[in-house]
Design a binder for this molecule. Structure first.
Ligand SMILES: NC(=O)c1ccc[n+]([C@@H]2O[C@H](COP(=O)([O-])OP(=O)(O)OC[C@H]3O[C@@H](n4cnc5c(N)ncnc54)[C@H](O)[C@@H]3O)[C@@H](O)[C@H]2O)c1
Length: 266
């Protein structure tokens, strides 16, 4: 039998990836790069070109938008670590559960969850010189506690539904670090792409990984991301060390409490 490879069959072989929170700042770095390897389905509750508009707190919507995709990159959330529980619970807990439910119901094989270094930010204030991916969760704020919740619900779904769930504790994703305190936890756009691409293809059932660049200022270790995901970051915040201010212009350098310091990560 002779198979003829048509344009249609080539396109059909491209996996489809649902990106939630597509109108957000992190997605901005990802979409064009991911779009060259995957067929993307975008969604957000804010209008965005090409995105399916909807609120993931609506379980039916989450189920519909997950249907028929090969993977989900779940970014949608309130990304402000300064917000209280009342603001965070819907986008960061309800929507998260709905997406995992929707993915499980649709038989989606893999979900990549955007967690945050805030899930372990407490170790910063405890004076740890290096924080690995094996330390116990120690959130520094409600936002971080909800990221721990997300990681744990992810584990539950990985076990119960045979979903592959990859949790990425992202550092501060920007073109360049914003201040000196950002140097250890900075994650460049190109390294973010490397990390998410690795998470979409790695042979892991469940895992939690630190998403930082190859920063010379060591604090966050990401040995597990390198070993298990094959993540190879290339950028180093040290390149900007003499260009960044000592701290952010809002005066937060005066506060060395845990949450204030870790706020600089996002
Ligand atoms: N930006 C960072 O440096 C950083 C660092 C660590 C972790 N993260 C995490 O990465 C993810 C993306 O962050 P970001 O900076 O792009 O945030 P963002 O606020 O720029 O974008 C988030 C997007 O999610 C959408 N959204 C929120 N709730 C929704 C809902 N219920 N239904 C549908 N859409 C919803 C918003 O409309 C927004 O467009 C978040 O989960 C955040 O916690 C970000």
């Amino acid at each position: 039998m002779v198979y003829v490879l048509t344009r249609q069959t080539v396109q059909a072989e491209r996996p489809t990836v649902l990106v939630t929170g597509a109108a957000g700042g992190v997605a901005r770095y990802l979409l064009s790069e991911l779009g060259s390897a995957y067929t993307l389905r975008l969604t957000d509750r804010r209008p965005f070109p090409g995105a399916v508009l909807g609120d993931l707190c609506d379980a039916d919507f989450a189920r519909r938008v997950c249907s028929g995709v090969d993977a989900v990159v779940h970014l949608a959330a309130d990304a402000d670590p300064d917000q209280p529980w009342q603001r965070l619970r819907d986008p960061n807990a309800t929507a998260l559960v709905n997406v995992l439910d929707g993915a499980a119901a649709a038989g989606v094989p893999r979900v990549v969850l955007a967690s945050s270094l805030h899930a372990v930010g407490g170790h910063v204030d405890a004076g740890q010189a290096e924080i690995g991916e094996d330390v116990p969760p120690y959130p520094c704020c409600t936002y971080g506690a909800l990221k721990v919740f997300a990681e744990n619900v992810g584990r539950l779904y990985a076990d119960l539904h045979r979903l592959r769930v990859v949790c990425l504790r992202l550092g501060g994703v920007r073109d360049r670090p914003l201040a000196r305190s950002w140097l250890p936890g900075w994650l460049s756009g190109p390294d973010l792409v490397r990390l998410v691409t690795a998470a979409l293809t790695a042979d892991v059932e469940y895992g939690i990984y630190h998403g930082v660049s190859a920063n010379s200022t060591r604090l966050w270790r990401n040995d597990r991301a390198r070993a298990e995901l094959g993540y190879q970051p290339l950028d180093d915040s040290a390149e900007y060390a003499d260009q960044v201010p000592d701290d952010l212009p809002d005066g937060s350098s005066n506060h060395f409490g845990l949450r204030q310091r870790i706020l600089h990560l996002t």
